[in-house]
Design a protein around this ligand. Structure first.
Ligand code: FMN
Length: 180
């Protein structure tokens, strides 16, 4: 089973095409997401797939200026969880965000395998997203994943254009892994 290639190919790219995604492709993203493991199998993730022109138009203004490139995407995945869905263990081990992150990575890897970009962002106004979609007040809006096929660079600034071609930057393993 080859997995490192998909992990390597996945990048947080921004040059996204407005092209609409087929239903079956979108469904596979969520099938992959919900296969993630979760503490006590609590499955604390709640995703909202924003695809209709009306809802997309309502959510787009919540993106920061720096994330304007995301406003053409045909799919915005609003990734949420809430404390009441959490499997909480002693010593601060709250697992909802951890589990939700794993499910989100599954979704992003499946998107990569489908030839899509799937770029998570924190640069959005959560109050505006909540209002636009009528989300419950106790849902924590963790990230929006901007999803779409590769497209043009019209909405990218100079830094973002350069970043489309840049190599990865990662800390050396010795700094982040204790080999014991
Ligand atoms: C939780 C989270 C929030 C992020 N927020 C933004 C964002 O608001 N705008 C943006 O352009 N990229 C954002 N990114 C993308 C990161 O900058 C990117 O993943 C990182 O630079 C590593 O690059 P790579 O994903 O291509 O390996 C975010 C990534 C994560 C995981």
């Amino acid at each position: 089973m080859e997995i490192l290639n998909a992990i390597t190919v996945r990048r947080a790219r921004r040059a996204i095409a407005p092209k609409v995604l087929p239903d079956e492709v979108v469904n596979r993203l969520f099938e992959a997401a919900v296969l993630a493991p979760s503490c006590a199998n609590a499955q604390p993730w709640r995703f909202f797939a924003v695809r209709s022109p009306e809802k997309l138009a309502a959510v787009r203004p919540a993106l920061t200026e720096g994330n304007k490139w995301g406003t053409v995407a045909p799919l915005l995945v609003v990734v949420t969880t809430k404390p009441s869905l959490d499997a909480r263990l002693e010593e601060g081990r709250d697992y909802a965000l951890f589990d939700t992150g794993m499910a989100t990575m599954n979704l992003m890897l499946q998107a990569t395998a489908e030839g899509l970009y799937a770029h998570p962002i924190a640069g959005f106004n959560p109050k505006k997203v909540r209002e636009a979609l009528g989300l419950e007040p106790d849902l924590v809006i963790v990230t929006l994943v901007i999803v779409g096929y590769p497209g043009g660079e019209e909405l990218l600034n100079d830094f973002q254009k350069a970043s489309e071609k840049s190599d990865r930057t990662r800390k050396p393993l010795g700094e982040v892994v204790g080999f014991m």
